[in-house]
Design a protein around this ligand. Structure first.
Ligand SMILES: [Zn+2]
Length: 325
């Protein structure tokens, strides 16, 4: 099952109201039917190439000192589990010691390494688990007084032992923009962190006290030197680095001038629909993977699915939407 990135559909029921009731997590932790997702140092424990939904009986380390448990959700369809299975996150302490208990065939992996192999249900669980695990890993001490904090509300709140202040998982907004210019071409950027032939949309964090729209205009001006005339909001996607919410926009400009900042962006390039599809198929241009909001934005401009080498396609699909025959 594939769900386009900015979609209100979900494959999880987070039980947001119920999970804060006293004893909720404790009761789930006594159930043999629950399944456990394990994170350590920002990586998930994979099982034979899939996100591991482990039987707790297979995890002798579940009671390891310093472990934090978080109630993730009831799994709905699309996870290969009975509908309503409780998913619990087990965040191992940074110094978890000997990991010899890790089951055969299982190993830890980061989101970027495995995202392209995950199904939509696994993506949703991975991103939720990583975001909340990253938050726990950095909030063991109270940001107000430095005292120790403890995890409460099924892992969705930490409270300071000294001053009683309550702290909740943070989400950091970022903007991501597909720039559409003259002749309905799209401007994509190549980042210094990528291979020279990879192109994507431009993204950046929203600053304190800034709206998403103003952040989008500022980031585009800073990174690629383009002045946007207008914006339209498309949708959002949670992203686990470290716990972001990407706000996706289409940005429109009347100018074809662009200037890479030479700090983050190495180069920019305008593509027509025909050029982009041809360059992707012949390997001259790589674009973001499916299930990313960057790909969703590019395909929204394109007007359909962009095929990649290895895709099985009908020749008629290779005609770009809107192309004149
Ligand atoms: Zn405190």
């Amino acid at each position: 099952m594939t769900i386009p990135s900015p979609s209100p559909e979900t494959l999880l029921d987070r039980q947001c109201e119920q999970r804060s009731e006293p004893g909720y997590l404790e009761a789930v932790l006594k159930s043999a039917a629950r399944r456990v997702v394990v994170f350590h140092r920002g990586k998930a424990l994979m099982n034979a190439g899939r996100l591991g939904y482990f039987d707790p009986a297979a995890l002798p380390a579940e009671t390891l000192a310093g472990t934090t448990h978080v109630y993730l959700a009831k799994a709905l369809a699309g996870h290969g589990l009975p509908n309503g299975t409780d998913l619990v996150l087990q965040v191992l302490p940074y110094d978890a010691g000997d990991l010899a208990w890790v089951p055969t065939g299982a190993d830890f992996a980061g989101y970027r390494d495995v995202a392209s192999t995950l199904n939509a249900g696994e993506v949703e669980v991975f991103i939720e688990a990583q975001a909340v695990a990253n938050w726990h890993a950095t909030h063991a001490s109270c940001p107000r007084c430095g005292g120790p904090t403890e995890s409460l509300c099924a892992g969705w709140m930490r409270r300071c032992d000294k001053d009683g202040s309550e702290h909740f998982p943070r989400t950091d907004p970022a903007v991501i923009v597909a720039i559409v210019g003259p002749d309905d071409k799209i401007l994509l950027a190549n980042n210094f962190a990528w291979e020279p032939n990879k192109y994507s949309t431009v993204a950046g964090f929203v600053e304190a006290g800034e709206s998403g729209e103003r952040a989008a205009v500022r980031e585009i001006a800073e990174e690629v030197g383009v002045v946007l005339d207008s914006l339209s909001y498309v949708g959002s996607q949670a992203w686990p680095f470290p716990r972001s919410l990407m706000l996706g926009f289409m940005g429109y400009t009347k100018s074809s001038a662009s200037t890479p900042d030479n700090v983050e962006v190495r180069a920019t390039r305008w593509f027509s629909r025909e050029e982009l599809q041809a360059e992707v198929l012949n390997g001259n241009a790589g674009i973001p993977g499916r299930l990313s909001i960057a790909r969703e934005l590019v395909e929204r401009w394109y007007g359909g699915r962009i095929n990649e080498p290895g895709d099985v396609v009908d020749a008629a699909e290779l005609v770009a939407p809107g192309a004149t025959l």
